[in-house]
Design a protein around this ligand. Structure first.
Ligand code: BGC
Length: 761
C-alpha cells in the first residue's frame, strides 16, 4: 500500500522534499500570479487572492500540507484594498511615515516600535511577509523612490533597516528588504545596467544590507530588477549566494521583484543564482523549471536547495501556523505611533530669530495647496490606502489654532475640483502614478487677498509639496521651486513681514528640494517629509513646541542638482514612455546604463571631501534648545572601538540630541573620504541642564575600506581621528586612536566590466 504523503512541519522538511514531484517543486519556486497582470489590465503588485490588494502569494500544495503564504507591500504600511466586495467592513491600513522620515529620527528604538506596529497590522490582516523596508542608497536627489529609502549613508541605512526588520519580525511575520541591490534609478529600472566598482559596491551599496542581514536575519530579501555590472540581480550568483549567503550568512529566501519571464535571462540562471522564488509568478516559469531539469540545463540539486529554503520559510509563517487573524488591527494605537514618530523625523532647517515654537498662536493664514491636501506618502507600490490624512487645517484646529476663513474657503473649494480634474485626466498606463495621492497644481493668490489675510492672522504658513514614486525619476524642475511658488513666497513674505508677522515654510516632500535661492525670504523652514496619516498633527506638535525638533537629514541637500557628481550619469529627462524605443537599443547613457563614476564619493562623502558648498549638510537639523558635547573618549576593547561622549542640554527647552561619530582615516594606500559616519546615538529627552553619556561600539571591521585589488576589507594601520558633532560639518570634539592593521579576505565578486572614469581626491 502507498504511504500517505507527509504533511509539512518544521521537523519533516527532508521527508516532504523527498515526497515532492518535480512539478510540485517547480510550483513552489514560482508565485501564484497565474492570472498575470500582463494583458489583463490588473495592476502590478495586486496578485494575491487570499488578501485582496496584497502584492502576491506563494502556491499551496494541499497534498503535502503546504499552505499559500501572502506577501504585501510595503515600506510605509500594509498595502491592501480598503474596500472589498460583499462586505461593509473596511480594511484601511495605517499610513506610517515614509522611509526617509523614519531614518531622519536617527532613533532605531523608535523605528523598532514602528516595525512592531506595522508587523501587528500585517499579522492581523492575514499577511505573512511585508515587502520592505526599502534599503537602496539615495544616490541622487532625483531618484523617484528615494522617499522609500533611508539614506545616502550605509551605516544609517543598515542600522535603521535592521531596527525595522527586527521590529516587524518580532511580531511573527516576515520582511523582504529591497531592492537588492543598486536600484539607484527608476528610469528603465527593469533593464538598466548599474556599473559600479567593487569598492563602491562593498562600501556603499551593499554595506547597509550587510549590516541589516547580520543583525536582523530577514525571512526574505527581494532582488532588484536592474543589472549590476552586466548581470541581472535576480540571476546573479555572486550577489545572491557568494556574498549574501556565503559571506553574510543569510538564511532566508530571495524573491524576485515583480517581473515575469525575462527574454534575456534564463530561469536556469535564476535558480542557480539562489533566487528561490519568482514573483508574482507565471505558469511559463514553472514550465521552464520543469523543462530545464528534464533537459539538464537546471541542476536538480539547485532546485532542491531552493525548495528546502522555501519550506523552511513556509513553516515560520502565520499562514502555516493557521493564525486566526482578526482583520481588526490596533489602528488607533498605530496612529499614535505614527504621530510621535513623524514629529521626531521632521527636520528644522531654519529658525531665524527663534520664531518657532510659536507660543500663543491663535490664527494662521495657510498658503499652498498641500496645506489642504497634505501628502502622507509617495506613489506606487509603496503607497498605503489610509483611512484619513490629517491636513494642516485639521492639525492646527486640533490644538486650538484657527485658520483664516477666506483663504481656507478658497483652497478647500479648489482641492476637490483639482482632484476630480486629475482623476478624469488620468493616464491608465501610468499605473504607478495612479496609486497614491498625486500632487495638485498650485493656484494664484492675489496680493490684495494676502494683505487681507495678514491683517487677520498671527503668522503665515506656506506648504510646498512634492510628489514622486515608483517607475519614474524626478525632473530637475521638481527639485527646483516653480515660478508660482517663488512668487507666493515673495509676496507672502513681503506682506507679512511688513506687519511684523512671521512666515514659516513646511516642506511636504519625500525628498530634498532647492532652498538656497529663497530661504532668506522666510523665517523658518520645517521639513515635514511625507509623514503618514497623522501629518498635520505632527507638524502642529512641532510648530507649537509640544515636540522639540530632533530630526536630522539623512542625505545632503545640495544647492543645485548639477552639484552632485552622480547627476552626470543620472537620467535628466525621465520620460519613461517617451524613451521606450531607446530602451530597446540598450545604449543610452544614464538610461540603459549608469556609470557610477563618482565611485565611493556618494553624498557627503563627495561634498565634504571636495569642499563643496551645500544648502544643508548631511546630519543637519536644528532644535529649540542647544546642546554641548564634551569628554569624548575612544578606546580599543577586543575587536571593538568604544566611543563615549557626554551631551548636555545647555538651553531652556527639553529636547533630544543625536551624537554623530565620524572617522577620518590616516593616509594609507587606499584613498578615503574626508570623513565617514561610523556610529551614532540619540539621547533621551534631556531637561535644561541635564546631561547624558552616550556609549557607542564600533566593530573594528566597520572601520575598514575595501581593497578591490586583493578582495579584502582592510583597516590600514595608523592614528584614526574620531570626531563627534551634530552634522558632518559641525564637529565639536576630536580625539585620536592608533589602530593596528586588520584585514578580512572576501570573495572576488561582482567584477566591474565596463571602464569607468572614477573620481579621485
Ligand atoms: C516594486 C516592488 C514591490 C512590487 C510588488 C514592484 O514593482 O518594485 O517594490 O514590492 O512591485 O508590488
Amino acid at each position: 500500500m502507498a504511504q500517505p504523503a507527509p504533511q509539512l512541519n518544521a521537523g519533516n522538511i527532508d521527508d516532504v522534499l523527498k515526497a515532492m514531484t518535480l512539478e510540485e517543486k517547480a510550483q513552489l519556486l514560482v508565485g501564484d500570479g497565474n492570472d498575470g497582470f500582463i494583458g489583463s489590465g490588473a495592476m502590478l503588485g495586486h496578485q494575491a487572492k487570499l488578501v485582496a490588494g496584497a502584492a502576491g502569494q506563494t502556491v499551496a500544495i494541499k497534498r503535502l500540507g503546504i499552505p499559500a503564504t501572502v506577501v504585501s507591500d510595503g515600506p510605509a504600511g500594509i498595502h491592501i484594498d480598503p474596500i472589498r466586495k460583499g462586505t461593509s467592513q473596511t480594511f484601511y491600513a495605517t499610513g506610517f511615515p515614509i522611509g526617509t522620515c523614519l531614518a531622519s529620527t536617527w532613533n532605531p528604538q523608535l523605528v523598532y516600535q514602528v516595525g512592531r506596529a506595522m508587523g501587528e497590522e500585517g499579522l492581523e490582516y492575514g499577511v505573512d511577509v511585508i515587502l520592505g523596508p526599502g534599503m537602496n542608497i539615495q544616490r541622487n536627489p532625483l531618484g523617484g523612490r528615494n522617499f522609500e529609502y533611508y539614506s545616502e549613508d550605509p551605516l544609517l541605512n543598515g542600522t535603521i533597516g535592521a531596527a525595522m526588520v527586527n521590529g516587524i519580525q518580532s511580531m511573527g511575520i516576515g520582511t523582504s528588504p529591497k531592492h537588492f541591490a543598486v536600484n539607484s534609478q527608476e528610469t528603465d529600472r527593469t533593464r538598466v545596467d548599474e556599473r559600479v566598482s567593487q569598492r563602491a559596491l562593498r562600501e556603499i551599496y551593499l554595506r547597509g544590507f550587510e549590516k541589516m542581514v547580520r543583525e536582523a536575519q530577514p525571512w526574505t530579501v527581494m532582488s532588484s530588477y536592474n543589472k549590476i555590472n552586466g548581470v541581472y540581480s535576480q540571476g546573479n550568483h555572486d550577489l545572491l549566494t557568494t556574498v549574501l549567503r556565503d559571506e553574510w550568512g543569510f538564511k532566508g529566501i530571495v524573491m524576485t521583484d515583480w517581473i515575469g519571464e525575462r527574454d534575456d535571462l534564463p530561469v536556469a540562471d535564476e535558480v542557480h543564482a539562489g533566487n528561490d522564488l519568482m514573483m508574482p509568478g507565471y505558469p511559463v516559469q514553472t514550465k521552464d523549471i520543469i523543462d530545464g531539469v528534464k533537459s539538464g540545463k537546471i541542476d536538480i540539486k539547485d532546485v532542491d536547495r531552493n525548495v528546502r529554503k522555501m519550506l523552511e520559510y513556509i513553516v515560520k509563517t502565520p499562514s502555516f501556523r493557521k493564525y486566526k487573524f482578526t482583520n481588526n488591527p490596533d489602528l488607533k494605537g498605530h496612529a499614535a505611533v505614527t504621530r510621535q514618530t513623524s514629529a521626531e523625523g521632521m527636520v528644522l532647517l531654519q529658525n531665524r530669530g527663534g520664531v518657532l515654537p510659536i507660543r500663543n498662536l491663535k490664527t494662521v493664514a495657510l498658503f499652498g495647496v498641500n496645506s489642504y491636501d497634505f501628502l502622507s506618502g509617495g506613489l506606487g507600490s509603496g503607497c498605503v490606502n489610509v483611512p484619513y490624512v490629517v491636513d494642516m487645517v485639521q492639525g492646527l484646529k486640533n490644538i486650538g489654532v484657527a485658520t483664516t476663513p477666506a483663504l481656507t474657503d478658497i483652497y478647500e473649494k479648489y482641492v476637490p475640483y483639482a482632484k476630480a480634474k486629475l482623476a478624469a485626466d488620468k493616464n491608465p498606463e501610468m499605473w504607478f502614478l495612479n496609486q497614491g495621492q498625486p500632487k495638485l497644481d498650485e493656484i494664484d493668490i492675489t496680493d490684495r487677498l494676502t494683505r487681507h489675510e495678514a491683517q487677520q492672522a498671527d503668522a503665515a504658513i506656506i506648504t510646498l509639496g512634492r510628489q514622486s514614486g515608483e517607475g519614474i525619476d524626478r525632473e530637475v524642475s521638481e527639485f527646483n521651486i516653480t515660478e508660482k511658488e517663488r512668487e507666493m513666497i515673495s509676496h507672502v513674505s513681503d506682506i507679512f513681514h511688513s506687519q511684523g508677522k512671521p512666515v514659516i515654510v513646511i516642506l511636504n516632500s519625500g525628498w530634498s528640494m532647492e532652498t538656497a535661492s529663497w530661504r532668506d525670504r522666510v523665517d523658518a523652514i520645517l521639513v515635514a517629509w511625507e509623514p503618514g496619516e497623522e501629518g498635520g498633527n505632527s507638524v502642529a506638535d512641532v510648530l507649537t513646541g509640544k515636540v522639540c525638533p530632533s530630526g536630522h537629514l539623512t542625505a545632503t541637500w545640495p544647492v543645485s542638482i548639477g552639484d552632485d557628481p552622480s547627476t552626470a550619469n543620472f537620467p535628466q529627462q525621465p520620460d519613461y514612455y517617451g524613451l521606450t524605443d531607446k530602451f530597446a537599443r540598450g545604449a543610452l547613457k544614464g538610461v540603459n546604463y549608469s556609470n557610477h563614476d563618482e565611485d565611493i564619493f556618494v553624498g557627503y562623502r563627495y561634498y565634504d571631501t571636495f569642499h563643496k558648498t551645500v544648502a544643508y549638510p548631511f546630519g543637519f537639523g536644528l532644535s529649540y534648545t542647544t546642546f554641548a558635547f564634551s569628554g569624548l573618549k575612544v578606546k580599543k576593547q577586543g575587536n571593538d572601538v568604544v566611543v563615549s561622549v557626554s551631551v548636555k542640554n545647555t538651553g531652556r527647552t527639553a529636547g533630544k540630541q543625536v551624537a554623530q561619530v565620524y572617522v577620518t582615516a590616516p593616509k594609507g594606500n587606499l584613498e578615503k573620504p574626508a570623513k565617514e559616519l561610523k556610529a551614532f546615538a540619540k539621547t533621551k529627552e534631556l531637561r535644561p541642564g541635564q546631561s547624558e553619556t552616550l556609549t557607542m561600539t564600533i566593530p573594528v571591521r566597520d572601520l575598514a575600506s575595501f581593497d578591490s585589488a586583493d578582495s579584502q576589507w582592510i583597516v590600514e594601520p595608523g592614528t584614526y581621528a574620531f570626531l563627534v558633532g551634530d552634522n558632518v560639518e559641525n564637529i565639536a570634539e576630536v580625539t585620536g586612536l592608533t589602530l593596528d592593521k586588520y584585514t578580512e579576505k572576501v570573495n572576488n565578486a561582482l567584477p566591474l566590466k565596463a571602464s569607468l572614469n572614477l573620481l579621485h581626491r
